[in-house]
Design a protein around this ligand. Structure first.
Ligand code: ADP
Ligand code: ASP
Ligand code: MG
Length: 408
């Protein structure tokens, strides 16, 4: 007998029929003698609808009240799934995050899980019930409802698996595993049987929304066996996230390509090329809690230089306003904002042992006339910032150039 945590995403519970489909999948696992804890997301589109509602009544919704509103999506699906399970003769009990309880810090809309009380869940499981927990939500020490950030139900699933020492955490979604890149952009993308935690962490942080980054961090830290599978397909093995690369296997140089449309660029033109200028520009930006990603300072000429950085698109206006405020003080000629950037990244542990990966990436993009505006690298990834209009082309040509469409 195994204890399994299964998380079903929004599309998988997007209609009454789909909720019944989830119920019958869960019933099948239980009939095989396993204990099952299920985590569900809100029905697809529901969280977006709730956020839009909040924005209809207030320009800047209060974060505490926003969490009260957006957490309701998951409360609906836990109840519906339990009813569907009971309807086919499976005892089931639902819990909201506060009922479990999933204790978080108080950072509304992006809270972190601190502790989970697994005792009530264990009791229900031992009594033969399926336990259904609301994803994406928790409660802070003062009893306020919190949410874990977009895609947070993945993290609820992994955190429960860690707390219960489950044999496996299965993430059921609308694709049958982790692919070499988003199959919606590149139809030739291949499903990976395994991917290392390290690579999955990079993919998630560079924009692959198949798993929320915190869920991957959690699984790595607490050694949770994590698998991504399709809720619409029977019998597949999905993709297993593994601790180590398989030393016996020939590693591909690149395992996957991630991309992020949500990028913007700020350029500070004509600043004096002298020590301290990077600090004078980025200091006020950091003080406003804006996360800067890539940075470039051009070679100076005539004693002045241009300084650019990227950040999330939603933060662009704020960053430009801050820099307009200090423009005279730092001696800049002008501040420019560009909303049409994106970031494309190639990821692979195989990069460590293969030189020439970066030059191949740059050559491939050059052959398509795609101008690279910024570059950043780490041991297992290379990212470029390019104009958003080239995103799909760049992903497709890189996918082909690195042979990701070929079976290994
Ligand atoms: P859920 O609602 O089940 O949580 P998500 O939409 O959050 O589902 O995540 C699944 C989606 O992630 C897929 O439909 C796919 O378009 C996208 N995706 C992005 N990158 C990848 C990738 N490398 N492999 C698989 N899916 C990916
Ligand atoms: N419903 C939440 C969202 O749409 C959480 C999740 O689906 O994981 O972001
Ligand atoms: Mg998701």
């Amino acid at each position: 007998m195994a204890l399994i945590v299964q998380k079903y995403g929004g599309t998988s519970v997007g209609s009454p029929e789909r909720i019944k489909n989830v119920a019958s999948k869960v019933a099948k696992f239980r009939a095989e003698g396993h204990q099952v804890v299920v985590v569900v997301s809100a029905m697809s589109g529901e969280t977006n609808r709730l956020i839009a509602l909040a924005k209809d009544v207030a320009a800047k919704p209060d974060p505490r009240e926003l969490d009260v509103v957006v957490s309701t999506g998951e409360q609906v699906t836990i109840g519906l799934l339990c009813m569907a399970l009971q309807d086919i003769g499976v005892p089931a009990k639902s819990y909201t995050g506060a009922q479990v309880k999933i204790l978080t810090d108080s950072a509304h809309t992006k809270a972190r899980i601190l502790n989970i009380d697994e005792a009530p869940i264990r009791k229900d499981l031992d009594a033969g019930a399926v336990v259904v927990v609301a994803g994406f939500q928790g409660v802070d020490e003062h009893g306020n409802i919190t949410t874990l950030g977009r895609g947070g139900s993945d993290t609820t699933g992994v955190a429960l698996a860690a707390a219960l020492k489950a044999d496996e955490c299965q993430i059921y979604t609308d694709v049958d595993g982790v692919y070499t890149t988003d199959p919606r952009i590149v139809p030739e993308a291949r499903k990976l049987d395994t991917i290392t935690f390290e690579e999955m962490l990079e993919m998630a942080s560079l924009g692959s929304k198949v798993l929320q980054i915190r869920s991957v961090e959690f699984a790595g830290k607490y050694k949770v066996k994590l698998r991504v599978l399709s809720s619409f397909q029977e019998g597949g093995q999905g993709t297993l996230i593994t601790v180590e690369e398989d030393k016996n296997m020939e590693q591909p140089v690149i395992s996957g390509i991630a991309f992020n449309r949500d990028e913007a660029k700020v350029t500070v033109l004509g600043v004096p090329d002298k020590p301290g200028i990077a600090y004078q520009i980025l200091g006020p930006v950091a003080d406003a809690n804006l996360d800067v990603d890539m940075i470039i300072q051009n070679v100076g000429h005539d004693g002045t230089t241009d300084f650019s950085f990227t950040l999330a698109r939603g933060d662009l206006e704020k960053a430009v306003a801050i820099l307009e405020g200090v423009k005279t003080h730092i001696g800049a000629r002008a501040i420019e904002g560009d909303k049409t950037m994106c970031k494309v990244s190639i990821v692979g542990v195989g990069m460590r042992s293969h030189p020439g990966v970066a030059s191949k990436m740059f050559r491939t993009l050059a052959e398509e006339g795609i101008n690279i505006q910024m570059i950043s690298t780490s041991e297992i990834k290379i990212s470029v910032a390019i104009d958003e209009k080239y995103l799909e082309l760049a992903v497709r040509v890189l996918h082909k150039a690195f042979g990701l469409d070929q079976p290994v």
